[in-house]
Design a protein around this ligand. Structure first.
Ligand code: DAH
Length: 344
């Protein structure tokens, strides 16, 4: 048995030495050291030996096992390094290849419209109001009272305006017009500003209405400003935004903070003025509200209406975007469906 063990040791050592791959080595290990391997078959026969021989042969078998185990581990390390180096040299990475394309984000269509309109008015000499003069959480006093809304005006109704619970008379602004007040309190004329931002109304959400939307407010106050200036500026804006071939009309209207007040319509984009569902058969689409700043509003902010006059206007960003791109549901702007957003 002793000779047999020595033979096993010798032939196993040779095989380990000859192994070319980790696979070869694994096979050798199985052949000699596994439960069904050659060393174990010797150990199984120990029971037939005398106690003395059991001890001698047993310890010899253990020592052969340990030697082979160590030799296999050593060889394993060597072969592992060789195979790794081979793999690394074969799998060179070509760093000059173009990488996988990361999908590119896009500017939201409403932001695109705000940017476009801002640029148009900047071209007409307006600057953008500092955001601290245009807060979304506003007082009822600025949003309504200072704008010459009578105390019981229906727009103040809880059904139209979001009131906060934290303080009485603190609301989510229902229009950007309050920014006019803050700007005039902050700056004496000449004033020539626009202010884009979010507004909130307590509406039930539908294809036409959302309770959050965006407006762009405009204000110009100086000496000798007349309705002709208002018309000139707004016609120029509509001409650039909708294209030169789109006729406009000014319709008399009413807002508490302007006198006289007007609404500006453009000829219907869908039917070209013939009358269709989009324009309810009128051939015209309302695009913004405007007017000459009311003398009471000027007085409220300490500007003398005998010396100064001005005009103001306000437009809905969603509406202008929907008209330009023939979008029929306002909720599409807020659902963040990339299939919709990717089209812009
Ligand atoms: N604030 C008005 C609204 O939300 C829009 C508006 C109309 C703004 C006339 C103005 C204006 O500055 O002069 O319906």
């Amino acid at each position: 048995m002793k000779e047999k063990l020595e033979l096993i040791l010798k032939s196993a050592e040779e095989e380990i030495e000859k192994a070319q791959t980790l696979q070869d080595l694994e096979e050798t290990k199985l052949k000699y050291l596994s439960r069904k391997g050659e060393l174990n078959s010797i150990k199984k026969n120990l029971k037939d030996l005398s106690d003395e021989d059991k001890r001698i042969i047993g310890s010899l078998a253990n020592s052969v096992y340990n030697q082979l185990d160590e030799a296999i581990n050593k060889k394993n390390d060597e072969l592992y390094k060789i195979e790794l180096n081979k793999k690394l040299s074969e799998e060179k990475i070509d760093i000059t290849l173009p990488s996988d394309i990361t999908p590119q984000g896009k500017v939201h269509p409403l932001t695109q419209t705000i940017n476009e309109i801002t640029q148009i008015f900047q071209g007409l000499g307006f600057s953008v109001m500092a955001s601290e003069n245009s807060p979304e959480v506003e007082t009822e006093y600025i949003n309504f009272d200072m704008l010459n809304f009578p105390p019981n005006h229906p727009a103040k109704d809880m059904q139209d305006t979001f009131y906060t619970k934290t303080a009485p008379n603190v609301i989510l602004r229902s229009q950007t017009s309050g920014a006019q007040i803050r700007q005039m309190l902050h700056q004496s004329p000449p004033v020539r500003v626009i202010s884009p931002g979010r507004v909130y109304r307590c509406e039930s959400v539908s294809a036409r209405k959302n309770n959050l939307f965006h407006q762009i407010e405009g204000l110009l106050v100086d000496k000798d400003i007349t309705f002709a200036d208002l018309k000139g500026i707004l016609n120029e804006f509509v001409r650039i935004y909708f294209g030169a071939s789109r006729p406009t009309r000014f319709r008399a209207s009413y807002f508490p903070f302007t006198e006289p007040s007007a609404e500006v319509d453009v000829q219907c984009i869908m039917c070209g003025g013939k009358g269709c569902r989009t324009c309810s058969g009128t051939g015209w689409l309302e695009v913004l509200g405007a007017g000459m700043v009311h003398a009471n509003v000027l007085r409220n902010v300490g500007i003398d209406p005998e010396i100064y006059s001005g005009f103001a206007f306000g437009m809905g960003v969603e509406r202008l975007t929907m008209l330009k791109y023939a979008i029929n549901d306002i909720r599409l702007f807020f659902n963040n469906d990339v299939r919709f957003l990717n089209q812009f």
